[in-house]
Write a protein that binds this ligand. Sequence first.
Ligand code: ADP
Length: 262
Amino acid sequence: MRPNSWRRYCPNRWATSGSGEHVGGAPPRRIGRRGVPGMIHFSQVYKRYPNGHEALKRVTFQVERHEMVFLTGHSGAGKSTLLKLITMVERPTRGQLIVNDQNLSRLPVRRIAHFRRKLGIVFQDHKLLADRTVFDNVGLPLVVAGVDHREVGRRVRAALDKVGLLRKEKLYPITLSGGEQQRVGIARAVVNRPALLLADEPTGNLDPGLADEIMRLFYEFNLHQVTVLVATHDPRHLTSATGRVLELRGGELVRSGEENRV
Ligand code: ADP
């Protein structure tokens, strides 16, 4: 991309020198390999918490549509913070962030809920409601979005089918194993058919066999064109990973995995 086109995409952040050369780090690559805008685009992103702690420093990377990417780093490296910026739970202190064609710095607060509906989010502790059945837990995002109840039934069953829990829809989360509870959490995350699936240490509480099962599900969604970003500090998944690996250390991106793109 030529310097002038960078300016059109990122008018403030990407200064060019008088000679037209880009200054201040690697150029942003808004257009992906297939000629379409990437799914996640971070340009020189910083996050400082109110207590002064700088959790992310000068983070620049792009995730293309339909990529499978792992985000790794030691505890406290900034993985959750990075995911919270993508989901707009936190705002960056500086830098530009574009997710699914939405420039997040221009997104008004009243549009955040609508923006999040296009994301699927999986948490380590799955955050299921104990007093609701599996069906109701998975259907909740659709009910909140005002989807017609027959359509809710259809989509919830499709999501439960994908994670192999169709026969457990009437059960309560407490009666399920840890791996099954996490699969319910994944069904809830995909019930809206998101283009982007994010997961924060989704296998952190599971033993290795169950963790592998959960990881296989993420690979399957990725095979069906979903962009997947999984934060994990479990080296087992990274050594067997066929996706790209981004690594944070002390809030800085020390590996972007560009060399092993798949
Ligand atoms: P990771 O997910 O890699 O363990 P986090 O993103 O949770 O890392 O945290 C990165 C750093 O930011 C840590 O030092 C953490 O203590 C700090 N941090 C996270 N959330 C907050 C917050 N709300 N206020 C202040 N510091 C925070």
